[in-house]
Write a protein that binds this ligand. Structure first.
Ligand SMILES: Cc1cc2nc3c(=O)[nH]c(=O)nc-3n(C[C@H](O)[C@H](O)[C@H](O)COP(=O)(O)OP(=O)(O)OC[C@H]3O[C@@H](n4cnc5c(N)ncnc54)[C@H](O)[C@@H]3O)c2cc1C
Length: 539
């Protein structure tokens, strides 16, 4: 029997789309490549970061892995810790990209890039949703559904909550670690000055449980504050799409087809033929469905749809947030010890906007640096390695990393292009910020550094890891009203050029706000899936 809905992808977008269709009782097939690495995860013993560093003789396997690649830091995905390196496995061969000025991270993992995401979970404001093309009222309910399903610890009210976490329910926020508590105390003391520079700071909203959630096989525990979140998923406290996938795959109306790479689709009178290639044997196969939901990540979905619609050798848009990180020394922590108990992910968020009406938000994520190990930081320091190690050790409890994401808009100089040069399809990406955009990015960074200084965090430099490094992507399609546009979709993601096919990820967003997109991806995927279900029910 053919599937009612076939969902491509098991990242955050795919699993939430599939879960809505499955809950409505439709026959759902989920297709993905599905790489995972249970063995390295299972090799991590229980214990907190400090204990394991002191006592576990086998720690190099999960803390260091292939150290040479990490130190070189050139391969896409080299920044992922060893238990997370399966996330980028085979991406360069399964989905080749020519992009000398853009480092795209693609994933063929179970859970996609969400197998390693930092769990920063934000709602977009009405203006941001409208510029993307998403319906504001409908999104509110979907944000709430995601928050209930995955569990988000965040403050009910602080200086950033109205901008960052409008959804409910919320779990209580985690206690701040010693370093970020000192940063926050300095912010509270100098609030007027910092707010005057355009920066508001609050506790970071994160899909990191502070109380247990779920029941039976789906139980997830509160975060044990063992500072092992870049390595271990033992408590299941940080949300991974894999947990939703496991739950829906137990339902009788859901089938998962793993190890399959979708190459293209062909639409017909009764539905869609989805062409897949087995990644182990190379055998090809056609899977039939009534409706196809594409959630292969913005770049993956664009690749499949461009090829299927014959949009070849034509420039189409790509978006990616500009990213910089600013390592700082928090003066209040010099010489002070830090508590062991903490989670490893962002502790504080900042929302920065320049003065004036309707100015874009810039998002700051504030971390204390410890469990990512000092060598990663030392290789970025403008010091000889031995001096770098010494400096980093002396400053360890005061080291504060501030990640800065900026919004991105389409220009003619940010493009993807599909070619069929080697038969299978190859993407080229050319990405360049215009001079005026770059000037805006630099100006905002300069004010943010001043605001950080006002909070006692002294920047040691600004690291620009390059275009694409935010790992936040959107394009090549667009939500719009022009039904003759071969790249157009309606607000529910249905392609005008192939109506039984819907986009459930960010491949049709016209704008990429600065806040991490994943919470909105999950909420929107649920909305797109609900529209597909509705339409099938009426059909
Ligand atoms: C280290 C790291 C930290 C991050 N931190 C944050 C954060 O704190 N906050 C935030 O908002 N975002 C964060 N992100 C970004 C976030 O992970 C992505 O926005 C999100 O995963 C995108 O979800 P997606 O489902 O659209 O695509 P993906 O996660 O890319 O999933 C794509 C899925 O499609 C499958 N697929 C792709 N092509 C094919 C094909 N041809 N055939 C079959 N299957 C296919 C893949 O196997 C995968 O299952 C982070 C990412 C990383 C790597």
């Amino acid at each position: 029997m053919i599937a009612d809905v076939l969902v491509v992808g098991t990242g955050p977008s795919g699993v939430h789309a599939a879960s809505v269709c499955a809950a409505r009782g439709l026959r759902v097939t989920i297709v993905d490549v599905g790489y995972d690495d249970e063995a390295t995860r299972a090799a991590i013993p229980a214990g907190n970061f400090r204990e394991l560093r002191r006592t576990d003789a086998g720690q190099s396997r999960y803390f260091l892995g292939n150290l040479a690649a990490d130190i070189a830091g050139v391969r896409v995905g080299a920044q992922l810790t060893p238990p997370r390196q399966f996330i980028t496995r085979d991406a360069e061969t399964l989905a080749p990209i020519d992009a000398p000025t853009f480092a795209a991270m693609q994933s063929f993992a179970a859970g996609g890039l969400g197998a390693g995401w930092g769990a920063g979970s934000y709602s977009y404001n009405d203006r941001e949703l409208a510029e993307i093309g998403l319906p504001v009222a409908a999104m509110t309910a979907c944000y709430n559904d995601v928050a209930a399903a995955i569990g988000i610890a965040a403050p009910e009210h602080d200086d950033t909550s109205a901008e960052l976490n409008r959804f409910r329910p919320l779990q209580p926020p985690h206690e701040l670690d010693t370093n970020c508590a000192a940063v926050f105390a300095a912010y509270e003391r100098r609030r007027a000055r910092v707010r005057g520079l355009g920066l508001a700071v609050g506790r970071a909203p994160g899909a990191i449980l502070s109380a247990p959630l779920g029941s039976g096989a789906d139980t997830r525990d509160a975060n044990p504050l063992d500072d092992m979140d870049f390595y271990s998923d033992a408590s299941r406290s940080v949300y991974r799409p894999r947990y939703t996938l496991e739950a829906i795959c137990r339902l009788p109306n859901v089938t998962r087809r793993s190890g399959a790479l979708v190459t293209h689709f062909v639409t017909g009178a009764t539905g869609v033929d989805v062409h897949v290639r087995d990644v182990r044997t190379g055998a090809t196969e056609v899977l039939a469905c009534r409706r196809l939901v594409l959630a292969a990540g913005a770049i993956g979905t664009s690749r499949i749809a461009l090829r299927s619609l014959g949009i070849i050798d034509r420039d189409v848009p790509i978006l990616s947030n500009a990213y910089a990180y600013v390592p700082c020394v928090n003066l209040a922590m010099l010489g002070r010890p830090a508590r062991t108990e903490r989670h490893s992910l962002a502790q504080l968020s900042g929302v920065f906007a320049e003065a004036g009406a309707d100015r874009d938000n810039v998002l700051l994520s504030i971390f204390s640096y410890r469990s990512l190990l000092l060598f990663k930081l030392v290789k970025e320091m403008p010091l000889p390695p031995q001096l770098g190690v010494l400096t980093a050790r002396l400053l360890l409890s005061a080291l504060t990393i501030v990640g800065v994401h900026q919004p991105d808009r389409r220009t003619p100089h940010k493009t993807m292009r599909m070619s069929l040069r080697d038969g299978a399809g190859r993407l080229a990406i050319a990405y360049q910020a215009d001079a005026s955009e770059q000037a805006g990015i630099d100006r905002r960074l300069a004010t943010i550094r001043r605001a950080l200084r006002a909070m006692g965090c002294v920047p040691m430099g600004t690291i620009l890891p390059g275009h694409g490094s935010s790992i936040h992507y959107a394009g090549a399609f667009a939500i719009g009203t022009d039904r003759s546009d071969p790249l157009g979709t309606d607000a529910d993601g249905a392609l005008y050029a192939a109506p039984p096919v819907s986009i459930a990820d960010s491949a049709n967003w016209r704008f990429l706000p600065a806040k991490g997109l994943t919470m909105t991806l999950m909420a929107n995927a649920r909305r797109v899936a609900a529209a597909v279900c509705e339409e099938l029910t009426h059909a």
